[in-house]
Design a binder for this molecule. Sequence first.
Ligand SMILES: Cc1cc2nc3c(=O)[nH]c(=O)nc-3n(C[C@H](O)[C@H](O)[C@H](O)COP(=O)(O)OP(=O)(O)OC[C@H]3O[C@@H](n4cnc5c(N)ncnc54)[C@H](O)[C@@H]3O)c2cc1C
Length: 352
Amino acid sequence: MLCGGRQADPDINEQAIAEGKIDAAVIGRQAIAAPDYANCVVNGKPEEIRTCIGCNQGCIWGYFCTGRVGCAVNPEVGHEAEKIEKAQTLKKVVIVGGGIAGMEAARVARLSGHAVTLYEKSDVLGGNLIPAGAHDFKVEIGGLTDYYRTQMILLDVDVRLNSEATPDILKAADADVVILAAGSVPVMPRSIDGIDKAVSGVDALLGRKPVGDKVIIVGGGLVGCEIAYGYAKEGKDVTVVEALDQILSLGNVPGMNKAMLLDGFAYYGVKIMTGTKLKRVVDSGAVVALPDGTEQTLEADTVILSVGYRPVPSMKEQLADCAARVIEIGDGRQVGNVLTCVRDAYEAVKNL
Ligand SMILES: Cc1cc2nc3c(=O)[nH]c(=O)nc-3n(C[C@H](O)[C@H](O)[C@H](O)COP(=O)(O)OP(=O)(O)OC[C@H]3O[C@@H](n4cnc5c(N)ncnc54)[C@H](O)[C@@H]3O)c2cc1C
């Protein structure tokens, strides 16, 4: 048996190894994300494998763009000489936010020996990783979320769910370091008439709002296009409305991801309207301005907005007189992606 790539399911491998059925395993990107992959499988600890999310951002695209291989989920790739050391002075660290930035910060702080308390206002860890992994073609993101949740338990992080941190709570926490990792929320422009009839991509993906069979996605960036692809794959009739001349034109979208999405759009019949601006949302769908300036009403059951994210209001100024050192990381500092959040957290915490 030869197994490899994203088919290298640890449960299957473990069973196959036990039964002596594997002669060779070929592991690509997953070995970059988790160099200890094989040991985790052989030792029967698949839950400790840091899941490759197949994003290409750090590895293949990183190499194409910079000549260096990195990894979105493994911040040590390309920095192997900078291993996490036990700290000389142990500190009390309080983290606000249980998204990937907060959990990576907690992981690194615990490996350095610090005491860590993590406040998460919702009832679950993961933050925006949860909607990000909602579609079936992005299940690996769910695997990464599970990896971090397991690390919080194994590393004995004091996780407080349903606990919203406020400046008063943080000042009273007697911490040496406060890490703000409070994340971002979808942009929903109030200036657009009828915006309340539209649904944010996050609310749609989390099932907080129903999504009908005929869908308009406003915003043809990477997140909007992935939402469009996911719903088209489910059999929905999908139109992407993008104000710029091209979709997927902002940010450094890996070429192979772009090609996959464009192929998928052609296959599932996703309609793309570029140079087209949302004017208002109405009961029957969306009124848009076409490139020639004329208006058209596009019929739809659901209008989903995916026009970007903004950091939640920062608590940093309110903590100016806090005795603790205050550090801000992740989307709450600057909206990015898994790669930027993990790297941000790792860099901020490894030498506290
Ligand atoms: C739909 C979608 C798809 C995406 N797809 C990808 C992708 O494929 N690849 C990729 O690299 N990136 C993707 N991203 C981006 C990526 O998910 C985010 O950059 C990343 O998850 C942000 O992590 P974070 O920890 O900074 O913030 P968040 O995930 O926003 O987490 C912040 C957490 O803080 C909590 N919180 C806020 N305030 C408080 C408080 N006062 N007290 C306690 N808790 C608080 C929140 O409840 C939340 O859980 C996607 C994002 C979205 C929305």
